[in-house]
Design a protein. Structure first.
Length: 84
């Protein structure tokens, strides 16, 4: 089974709506979900062929202080013990 690239990042609470809306405007770029509502930690499942496009967008968000601490991690769905 293939697993897509997996990233986490903190999203500025006042701009969550903006970041999510921009991501949704890119068809088939990434699926986003909030992992922790207290800290605004988001997870992103990224289309493999569009990973560089996702990273470019995230760097833009980071440069404009909308997201921080972007990390590529092992896809958590690969480990059944980590699934929600």
């Amino acid at each position: 089974m293939n697993y897509c690239p997996y990233y986490t990042a903190y999203v500025d609470k006042t701009f969550c709506w903006y970041v999510v809306a921009i991501l949704k405007s890119y068809e088939h770029l990434a699926f986003d979900r909030t992992l922790n509502t207290q800290t605004n930690l988001f997870e992103f499942y990224v289309t493999p062929a569009r990973e560089q496009e996702f990273l470019d967008l995230m760097r833009y968000f980071e440069k404009n202080h909308l997201v921080s601490d972007i990390k590529k991690l092992p896809n958590r769905l690969m480990d059944p013990m980590q699934q929600l």
